[in-house]
Design a protein around this ligand. Structure first.
Ligand SMILES: NC(=O)c1ccc[n+]([C@@H]2O[C@H](COP(=O)([O-])OP(=O)(O)OC[C@H]3O[C@@H](n4cnc5c(N)ncnc54)[C@H](OP(=O)(O)O)[C@@H]3O)[C@@H](O)[C@H]2O)c1
Length: 351
């Protein structure tokens, strides 16, 4: 069909990729190929290709046949225990996928890269806030920096354009991924209730009061499509968040009300340690409440929650650049959390 676009979502089962696939499906005017090692656990009209992006030969074999891609949305990610170890695998996956697809698809129009707020060192400690796109990265290494530099150089002289977004703590549904805050908060709250405990913020007291921000996965998908289709985004980098800032101390009472349990005071615990033995309890809750039988290990990655709730410094990015360029999307984060909890309940993921 004239004007029809074909997206390749690289990393189509992550919290960003999975929600982008759903967003593109809902729009109706996109054909979609999604890349991941796993197969999807949900019904989709996207064509899922199982490929190991770290294996160049596998990429050549499986991706050379994609000859009509118009857009690549790169949202694959490999977590590593040490920060400096992120660069090699994450740059290799970008290079292996984009080089092969760009060579095979002469109609390519745009390659979009998802970066993040860690570009500015938000994970290291206090940093200059609100962070702007032209702020320099923290002391290298930073894998987003390597990915962006490679993409800038590779695009130079080619007919297609590129862009990058820097979201922060992306909120949406996904399973078995290392960075997913909302499912973990929901499971923590449901388990607190099952044990007859109040809902206590498990992070640092300073993190309860510090300024924070998040990015809704649907809003991010909208922004990615805007980047891929708007001339104003060509070869540009933008911060993107919901647009508001909040303190957990102002949201936690609404979370307690949603789960219908009393709000308790802050009590700092390492969830990685204290939630480690809750698998059997969760299995009993799955049976008791008729929930979807999702393995406990796939539903919540506690180290990420410990990291987010240990952030006792302000985390703020400036999002004026994307607004002034014409992207209008924004929403209130308190409403977003409650809407997502409700969705997880409707999906029978939580009681
Ligand atoms: N999540 C957040 O809160 C957040 C916030 C800001 C920025 N970001 C950035 O956004 C990007 C995407 O993050 P994400 O959280 O969406 O990642 P994610 O949930 O961990 O998803 C990663 C995706 O990459 C795929 N993948 C990993 N290794 C692969 C391989 N060797 N071959 C093929 N596919 C592979 C995974 O599927 P398989 O496991 O099935 O292969 C999955 O589909 C990252 O750069 C991240 O730093 C994330």
């Amino acid at each position: 069909m004239e004007g029809r676009r074909k997206a390749v979502v690289v990393g189509g089962l992550g919290v960003i990729g999975r929600n982008l696939v759903s967003h593109l499906e809902a729009r109706g005017d996109w054909d979609i190929v999604a890349l991941s090692r796993r197969r999807p656990d949900f019904g989709t009209r996207a064509e899922f290709v199982s490929v190991d992006l770290l294996d160049r030969a596998d990429c050549e074999a499986k991706l050379s046949g994609i000859t009509d891609a118009t857009h690549v949305f790169y949202c694959a990610y490999q977590a590593r225990p040490v920060w400096a170890e992120h660069n090699a695998p994450n740059t290799a996956m970008l290079v292996n996928s984009v080089e092969v697809i760009a060579r095979a698809s002469p109609s390519l129009q745009h390659v979009h890269l998802v970066e993040g707020n860690k570009y500015y060192g938000s994970h290291l400690g206090p940093f200059r806030t609100p962070a702007r796109e032209d702020d320099p990265p923290h002391m290298l290494p930073n894998f987003y920096y390597d990915q962006e530099q490679w993409l800038r150089a590779f695009q130079s002289g080619r007919s297609w354009t590129w862009s990058a977004l820097r979201p922060h703590t992306v909120c949406g549904f996904a399973l078995g991924n290392p960075m997913n805050l909302v499912t973990a908060i929901a499971v923590y709250a449901a388990i607190s209730k099952e044990l007859g405990l109040p809902l206590r913020f498990p992070g640092k007291p300073g993190a309860y009061r510090a300024i924070y921000q998040v990015t809704d996965a649907d809003l991010l998908a909208e922004a990615m499509v805007w980047c891929g289709t708007s001339p104003a985004a060509a070869n540009e980098v933008f911060n993107v968040t919901n647009g508001d800032f909040f303190r957990w101390e102002n949201l936690w009472p609404a979370f307690a009300a949603f789960f219908d349990i009393p709000l308790g005071p802050v009590q700092t615990i390492r969830l990685t340690e204290f939630m480690a033995d809750k698998g059997p309890l969760w299995e009993r809750m799955v049976a008791k409440y008729g929930l979807r039988p999702i393995p406990y290990a796939d539903i919540a990655a506690w180290p990420f929650v410990d990291y987010v709730f240990g952030t006792d410094w302000d985390v703020m990015t400036d999002t004026l650049k994307i607004r002034l360029a014409g992207f209008p999307g924004a929403l209130r984060s308190d409403g977003m959390f409650l809407r997502q909890f409700r969705q997880f309940r409707d999906m029978r993921v939580i009681p």
